[in-house]
Design a protein around this ligand. Structure first.
Ligand code: BTN
Length: 132
């Protein structure tokens, strides 16, 4: 009898632990995020994984500051991919990262046109904190 109950208790614990582990933090919409450079990411909607929002670059050392640009991307589980075209700067940034609680940690690549016409690719990382 004791063996019977402990067997079911063990099985129940496995179910609880695995369901907690499987629960990914998903990018919420609407939500607002600010990164360590002071740039602001607004997520307006996510429909069938399709992300829509706005990004305002406030990072020193970069061009196109203080201008809101459309954001598009994909959200799947805790994984997020975002793209912004900085039209006035002839550049595009793509972020790929993960949501964890109130943080969005993402690596990025800034693709830009070099003076000689070649494509430049500047990599970096951003840590966004949820601010709303
Ligand atoms: C440009 O300088 O060509 C456009 C602005 C790029 C700003 C980048 S995007 C990745 C990184 N994170 C920020 O908040 N700003 C810079």
């Amino acid at each position: 009898m004791k063996w019977f109950f402990s067997k079911y208790l063990f099985a129940g614990m496995i179910v609880v632990v695995s369901s907690i582990a499987a629960r990914a933090d998903v990018l919420p919409a609407p939500s607002r995020w600010t990164n360590q450079r002071g740039s602001v990411l607004e997520i307006w909607s996510i429909t069938d994984g399709q992300v829509r929002g706005q990004f305002t670059n406030n990072a020193s050392g970069f061009a196109c500051q203080g201008i809101p640009y459309p954001v598009s991307g994909r959200s799947a589980g805790s994984a997020v991919m975002l793209v912004v075209t900085f039209a006035q700067c002839n550049s595009i940034t793509r972020w790929r990262g993960q949501v964890g609680g109130n943080q969005l940690r993402a690596n990025w690549n800034l693709f830009y046109i070099q003076p000689n016409g070649d494509l430049g690719n500047l990599p970096g990382a951003d840590l966004f904190q949820r601010t709303n």
